[in-house]
Design a protein around this ligand. Sequence first.
Ligand SMILES: [Zn+2]
Length: 167
Amino acid sequence: MKCLVCGKTFENIRECPMCGFPVVEIAGDDFEAGIKALAPTIDRFRKDLAAKTKLGLVTYRYSLEDGKIIDEGENIVPLGDVSLNMGKEQWLRTEFENVRGSEGFSAEVEVTLNNNRYRKKINVVVEGYSETFTVGFTVSDNFELTFLLKGNADEVFRSAPVPLFDD
Ligand SMILES: [Zn+2]
């Protein structure tokens, strides 16, 4: 089954392993009425989960020393908690170099929730070549993250929505 709050798929347990929302059984055959009755509770769980979930963008730094490229390791750019980004488009101030040419843009987002920390890979297909990108993102109210990319032209390219809590 899929969690009503965060969209995580799980089997045979009484509550969602990600957000703790219980499996709810409703007697009767009126699914819509059941969902309506549950809506305030789902909303409360979603707000709580959004406030507890932190996002970061994984970046890699390189520097040039004596003509050699030095790998300075990775860095996590904090993107704030999900409640700040839900339903809103946020753009980072940094411009990123386009290292993949016209193949598009691939990014990793680090998700932190309680003691869980993991990464999600997100690809954006870009048409045309651009030397640098401005990166933005948004999170829908069912916890799907969409990456936004703006190249030299002002056209915005979007990734497919990626569920933050499900595979
Ligand atoms: Zn859940």
